[in-house]
Design a protein around this ligand. Structure first.
Ligand SMILES: O=c1ccn([C@H]2C[C@H](O)[C@@H](COP(=O)(O)OP(=O)(O)OP(=O)(O)O)O2)c(=O)[nH]1
Length: 490
């Protein structure tokens, strides 16, 4: 099936198609992340959830991210806190509901966590094969304990019904290149380059290089011999021989590069962030913006999800979080995960069941729009928690929510939308984006310059900046001919 309409710049994506189709992991024209790699990447990303607490220097326990999956749907995004390890948090939060779940850890969990999650009847425990949670890399007097713990974890692993393993898959052909291109072309980066034409045009590459270095430090073991030692100690001696060892390191490197690339597409750059364009809205606590680092973090989650789209032109990801009344034991503070999704055809459908054409196609019957389930719709449908009216709940969407989704978000009681605003006010043949601009009763935070960046906001107005309020003449009139922050539309 050939997509109608302009396909500028999709050469890379096309090159990826044939290979990916051979591997059976694709439904369309653009390279797609496997579910396993998405869960793995999200676990690494959760390890980096912005925290307010200062980790104790002496601790041999490394921060760890965790994704809990049931029936291939994400039901928990967690990270360890000062008090509890990620596996302990899973226990506290999910209890016996962990039965038959798959858990993806950013580090091999310690024996104290492993014994409890194995006991809860989980189906599978996958972990990132670098330095484990009880670090084998830090030189501390307790390294004896670390080795003992690794041994105990092995014993638990071999006697457990759960499959404790390393699930990493090689990326499909051209995935890294595709992610690089779509990240650079995405709305957030393009808005910066447009708003600050004098800025160093290479800010994106610089930012990406920094992220790559940072994440390689966290997630890779630079020294090969040391890495082999860790694999031996953690029961992965099979992976120490070549070609398995070099393949493993290459897969790990590719995934880290991909994560750094996506993370740099929502950069911490000068005065850009998610700000509200309606000053009247922020009086209520429910309308106040999240801290920018957390908002950016959640948007990166949504961007990762978008790489699983089934729409071969426009990928969209959405994730819903809520804020409880007080801090909980999770490293996410008061925030807890509600649901997530990406745009895809109805669950269980095959590639050829529904049309995939866009609105450039003259024959309206063979357009995709009446069939595809939007990212927000999937996030709402497969949510694992109720949305409580008394709590601040928020949805992060990589694209401006359309007229079909805006009333659903409002009706579900979600208090805040963090979104790209490309397409806002547009009416296309089969999909329109008129209602987002007019939406009342839900606060909208879009990616833009802060007042301090544009209007030289005085230093004595910290609350205004904290709340994420945009000043009087917002940059919202800035419209983007360069329309997508989404995938595949270049
Ligand atoms: O709130 C929304 C709006 C759209 N989508 C998805 C549905 C569909 O898969 C795609 C539609 O995107 P777009 O409006 O960009 O249409 P297109 O045909 O992909 O591109 P173009 O704008 O060139 O017509 O985005 C969502 O997931 N959520």
């Amino acid at each position: 099936m050939k997509e109608a309409g302009p396909m500028q710049g999709l050469e890379t994506a096309r090159a990826g198609r044939s290979v990916s189709t051979q591997t059976g992991s694709m439904t369309g024209q653009i390279p797609r992340l496997s579910k396993v790699n998405l869960f793995t990447l999200l676990s690494l990303w959760m390890e980096r959830f912005p925290v307010r607490e200062t980790p104790s220097q002496k601790s041999q326990v490394k921060r760890t991210g965790l994704v809990v999956v049931k029936n291939m749907k994400i039901v928990g995004l967690h990270c360890s806190s000062e008090d509890l390890h990620a596996g302990q948090i899973a226990l506290v939060k999910h209890g016996s509901r962990l039965k038959n779940c798959d858990l993806y850890f950013s580090r091999k969990p310690c024996s104290a966590c492993l014994k409890m999650i194995v006991n809860a009847g989980v189906n599978r425990i996958s972990y990132w094969p670098a330095d484990p949670e009880i670090s084998l890399l830090t030189e501390a007097s307790s390294s004896e304990d670390a080795k003992l713990d690794a041994k105990a974890a092995e014993r638990l692993k071999s006697n457990s019904r759960a499959h404790v393993c390393v699930l990493l898959q090689p990326l499909v052909c051209c995935m890294v290149q595709f992610v690089e291109e779509t990240s650079y072309k995405c709305d957030f980066i393009q808005k910066i380059t447009k708003a600050l034409p004098d800025a160093n045009i290479d800010f994106y590459s610089e930012c990406k290089q920094e992220r790559i270095k940072e994440y390689e430090m966290s997630f890779l073991v630079p020294n090969e011999e040391m890495h082999k030692q860790i694999l031996m100690t953690t029961g992965l001696e099979n992976l120490c021989e070549n070609p398995y060892f070099s393949n493993l390191r290459q897969n790990m490197k590719d995934l880290v590069l991909l994560l750094a690339t996506v993370a740099s597409s929502v950069p911490n750059f000068k005065h850009f962030g998610f700000y509200c364009s309606s000053p009247g809205q922020i009086n209520d606590i429910h309308n106040q913006s999240l801290p920018q680092d957390i908002a950016r973090h959640c948007m990166v989650q949504a961007r990762l999800l978008a790489y699983r789209t089934e729409d071969h032109k426009t990928g969209v990801g959405a994730v819903i979080w809520a804020e409880g009344k007080s801090r909980n034991c999770d490293g996410t503070g008061a925030l807890y995960f509600i649901g997530c999704g990406y745009n895809a055809f109805p669950v269980g459908s095959e590639y050829a069941d529904f049309p995939h054409m866009d609105d450039k196609q003259k024959d309206r019957e063979i357009r995709k729009f009446r069939y595809i389930i939007h990212a927000e719709q999937n996030a709402l449908t497969f949510r694992c928690q109720e949305i409580k009216p008394e709590e601040r709940s928020m949805i992060f969407v990589t694209k401006c929510p359309c007229d079909e989704c805006v009333p659903l978000i409002k009706g579900a009681g979600i208090k805040q939308i963090y979104a790209g605003d490309v397409d806002v006010g547009k009416k296309k043949a089969d999909i329109s984006y008129m209602r987002f601009g007019e939406l009342e009763g839900v606060s909208k935070f879009t990616w833009q310059l802060t007042p301090s960046g544009v209007y030289d906001l005085k230093q004595n107005e910290p609350e205004r900046r904290e709340n994420g309020l945009l000043g009087p003449v917002a940059l919202e009139n800035e419209r983007h001919p360069n329309k997508k922050l989404c995938l595949g539309n270049r």
